[in-house]
Design a protein around this ligand. Structure first.
Ligand code: FEO
Length: 169
């Protein structure tokens, strides 16, 4: 059985992950409207990945006898001034999620909830990748400095992304 304090904390994280999915879906639609189909594809898969993170926590809560409470998801921003601004926002958001995961992990230790702490290790590792993926694209966009040719090539590259949803979650 999982404590009420940890249930509350995990329910809050479920909302954070759902908001992440919502935010990246909004970014995908921004890229669609900007005729950058590869960027849109990348963001759609990122949105699906966030739903995978959500499922992972929901399954864990249910396995531990917790009660999943779904709260309202805030409306995300829908427009950005440029692809770089969108990816900078994605990177900033992932840093925020990393802080949430770290706080959750600290809480699990305070509660002496070893099962939750072990479960959260996957998310701690995942966040390293999440931040790195967004930051790599930010740095590439900065290097090309808005050059249309570079944006075109990058759009083709991002269109190659595979995965996204998590079969194991
Ligand atoms: Fe669920 Fe992108 O962190």
């Amino acid at each position: 059985m999982i404590s009420q304090a940890m249930q509350d904390a995990f329910n809050k994280q479920i909302n954070e992950e759902l908001y992440s999915a919502y935010l990246y879906a909004a970014m995908a639609n921004y890229f669609e409207a900007s005729s950058l189909k590869g960027f849109a594809h990348w963001m759609r898969l990122q949105s699906e990945e966030e739903l995978g993170h959500t499922r992972r926590i929901v399954t864990f809560m249910n396995d531990r006898g917790g009660r999943v409470i779904l709260d309202a998801v805030a409306a995300p921003q829908v427009d950005w001034e440029a692809p770089l601004a969108a990816f900078e926002a994605a990177y900033t958001h992932e840093c925020h999620i990393s802080a949430c995961i770290n706080a959750l992990s600290t809480k699990a230790m305070e509660e002496k909830d070893h099962a939750s702490h072990a479960f959260l290790e996957w998310f701690v590792t995942e966040q390293v990748e999440e931040e790195a993926n967004a930051d790599e694209i930010v740095q590439q966009l900065k290097l090309m400095d808005g050059a249309p040719g570079g944006l075109f090539l990058m759009d083709r590259e991002l269109a190659q992304r595979t995965g996204g949803g998590e079969a194991t979650a």
